[in-house]
Design a protein around this ligand. Structure first.
Ligand SMILES: Nc1ncnc2c1ncn2[C@@H]1O[C@H](COP(=O)(O)O)[C@@H](OP(=O)(O)O)[C@H]1O
Ligand SMILES: [Mg+2]
Ligand SMILES: [Mg+2]
Ligand SMILES: [Mg+2]
Length: 363
């Protein structure tokens, strides 16, 4: 097994810088636009992608990047988009020139920044080294002051080897109260929020405060011990957005498992992080409707490894491992189930029953 120590160091620094810039955006104002698929993208998404891609390109110039965003909208002459681009340029240079490792001495030009964003255009695949980046996962959550995550993973020959995830709105201490969903004022005021999660294949999962210096020790994290006998006491989490997973199916699965507490709704891969550090037991993401939506690799790569390395198991709705080797999407999989390893099989059995009851057993 290779040691990805240098990659881990660079990825943590890139995610740290990008996460801090998204926090700055939250504290000031969030300009956004709507993409052609009707989903939102903000000045924070573009800036975070440019910062991370620029740092990756500096250290690993031969690596490919599968990133969610591209710079097409920022090349538009439309006045709103030009204004948004100017903000992105300012934020990217602020992020890259801030003190710390990889500090840039002179600002990047507009062309360099747009090119950095477009480095994320790789189509994925089974061979070689590639990073996958979701500069802001949970953009809708970000806009609401909810949870969001800056997610970066290294995939080598189709397998996720390293995952780093910045969660600026999660409490450092897992037992502290999470900010009230959508309370932007609360996340602006609290000073106990901001965590980076890290996992490297075969080496365990860890967390560290977002605002710490780079020499800070990583603290190991573990999923909560839960046995099939006490599964009814488990807590499960799901998306806030009803269009992103079938909340009705999720509720039915919980009922089959005897879980009486209501779901914890949370945007982004912060759900994976919560399961990984034992602040939740099960993450359910059952497809909506006919299941034609294909999950994107950047929405799951980092979270999947972090949960696995913390003692959990991640699969699709049928119990199959997520296949990151076939392009930008997980087209061989349907839905996602993450849980403590010892109860995962029981959860998958409940998923099968629930889907069959809905006449969606073929998914
Ligand atoms: N119909 C759908 N089913 C599942 N996921 C979807 C979806 N439409 C969008 N998404 C994805 O859901 C992600 C957010 O996940 P969650 O609901 O867990 O917060 C989005 O990531 P972005 O916010 O990065 O675009 C987007 O990629
Ligand atoms: Mg998006
Ligand atoms: Mg996403
Ligand atoms: Mg995103």
């Amino acid at each position: 097994m290779s040691d990805y120590r240098k990659e881990q160091e660079v990825a943590i620094e890139a995610v740290r810088r990008a996460s801090l810039i998204t926090q700055k955006v939250l504290q000031t104002s969030i300009s956004s636009l709507t993409k052609s698929d009707k989903s939102p993208v903000t000045v924070g998404d573009f800036s975070a992608q440019a910062i991370i891609n620029a740092i990756l390109a500096k250290h690993f110039s031969d690596d490919k990047i599968v990133g969610e965003e591209d710079a097409d909208d920022l090349r538009s002459k439309d006045a709103d988009k030009v204004a948004l681009k100017e903000k992105v340029i300012g934020l990217v240079n602020e992020g890259l020139m801030a003190e710390g490792a990889d500090q840039l001495e002179k600002p990047l030009s507009e062309t360099e920044i747009l090119e950095a964003i477009d480095k994320g255009n790789c189509q994925g695949g089974v061979k070689g080294r590639m990073w996958t980046l979701d500069p802001i996962d949970g953009t809708k959550g970000f806009l609401r002051g909810g949870q969001y995550a800056v997610c970066l993973a290294l995939i080598v020959d189709g397998e996720v080897r390293l995952g780093v995830m910045g969660c600026p709105n999660l409490p450092i201490d897992k037992s502290a109260k999470k900010p009230q969903e959508g309370n932007l004022d609360e996340v602006k005021q609290r000073d106990d929020l901001g965590v980076i999660f890290v996992a490297s294949e075969g080496k365990g999962a860890f967390q560290r405060p977002l605002h710490a210096t780079s020499s800070t020790q990583l603290t190991p994290i573990k999923t909560r011990e839960i046995t099939p006998e006490i599964l009814s006491k488990a807590s499960f989490c799901e998306s806030v957005e009803a269009g992103h997973s079938s909340q009705g199916t999720n509720a039915k699965i919980a009922e089959f498992l005897g879980i009486s507490s209501p779901s914890v709704r949370m945007d982004s891969q912060a759900k994976y992080a919560s399961v990984a550090r034992g602040d939740g037991d099960i993450y359910l993401r059952l497809p909506v409707g006919d299941g034609s939506y294909q999950e994107k690799i950047w929405d799951h790569a980092a979270g999947c490894l972090i949960v696995t390395e913390a003692g959990g198991k991640v699969s699709d709705a049928k119990g199959r491992p997520l296949d990151f080797s076939i392009g930008r999407t997980l087209k061989n999989n349907k839905g996602v189930v993450a849980a403590h390893a010892s109860v995962h099989a029981k959860v998958i059995e409940a998923v099968r029953k629930a889907l069959e009851e809905e006449g969606r057993g073929h998914l």
